[in-house]
Design a protein. Sequence first.
Length: 232
Amino acid sequence: MNLQSMEMITGNLLDLGRRDYNEVCELQRKLVNLRAINQIPETLILVEHPHVFTVGKAIAGEVPSQINDIPVIRSERGGQWTYHGPGQLVGYPILDLNARGRDLHAFVNGIEETLILSLNEFGIHGTRMEGRDKAGVWIETKKIASIGAAIRNWITFHGFALNVNTDMEYFAMIDPCGMPSSTMTAMKTILNHHVDFTQIKESIQRNFGKVFQIELNRTIAPHVSPTHTDGL
């Protein structure tokens, strides 16, 4: 399905700043339910998380509750281990794929295109790599953005993580996406300077809207109290 063949629609942007991972998981659950009954429009959440490791559905068996005092949380997203933390921009699209041909490949491709367009604006040439386990955006052999989506009744949640000013030492504590930690990189590492976080968020918002044909308007998220149970 060609995403750009759709007519432009209006959607919500929730810029949460820095927020607890479990709290945002619970918010996503609420928004997925509301989107399924058409009580909210298409929505993009942008957020930073405090330090956390998450484990996707590809990892079976027991996992530790924490690593070096950093919590480990099981997630309903696809994929394996990853790290979220300060300086990393995380995006959670709440989109109804029923209206988009139920095309998961086009959805992932659209996320990658959004990230590639934004990286280009900062002088970084991002690319895709072929292969089921290669979803995300790459800078030659280095991975700068990961994608781990989930679907419920064809409503998307979870999404992508772009390493902007991320401290890469935290990736060394795990095998991110099943790869050596040295595979991961960040915009700051490539450009050799700190990246303005507001500018990259604005770029992602603009390009996400362009790719998915959504005019995003800032709104306030409904309050959800964290229960600190396993995340989605």
